[in-house]
Design a protein around this ligand. Sequence first.
Ligand code: GDP
Length: 146
Amino acid sequence: MEKTLILLKPDAVQKSLIGQIIDRFERKGLKIAWIKMMKMSQALIEEHYDFLMDKPFFPRIATYMSSGPIIAMCLEWADAVKVVRQMCGATNPAEATMWTIRWDYAKNIDNNIIHASDSPETAEKELNRFFNVSTEFFEYKRTLID
Ligand code: GDP
């Protein structure tokens, strides 16, 4: 089983899309391993989007990501990183494949609804960034499914 980090960004929460998006992952069979609602501090935004700090659109990312609460989730499945990225669609919703999450719900590249880790290595780093592995971590089995 592979783990990946998902963030439902502030527009997903504001548009009451939390349930619809989680439903897609559950219907696909992905396991919700950890989940929480939180607000991202400026420091956390700067750490998470460090690789985009020198881009002209970085201030828009910072304003957007601090505009309201987000949902952070760890999803688990075989090939979770790849499957979840496919389900999310391209960064720019205008280029996203039809019926993906961003194609269905995202307004534009500045408001693109969801974040998903782009590799297993990034996922491990990002999960440690958003979850305190010593106090929030536990494993459980879906005994009726898996
Ligand atoms: P992701 O992995 O698909 O989220 O894409 P990236 O890691 O490349 O970018 C992180 C986030 O920065 C994206 O989800 C967008 O919200 C934002 N972003 C990336 N590239 C652009 C861009 O060219 N223009 C704008 N306005 N925002 C961008």
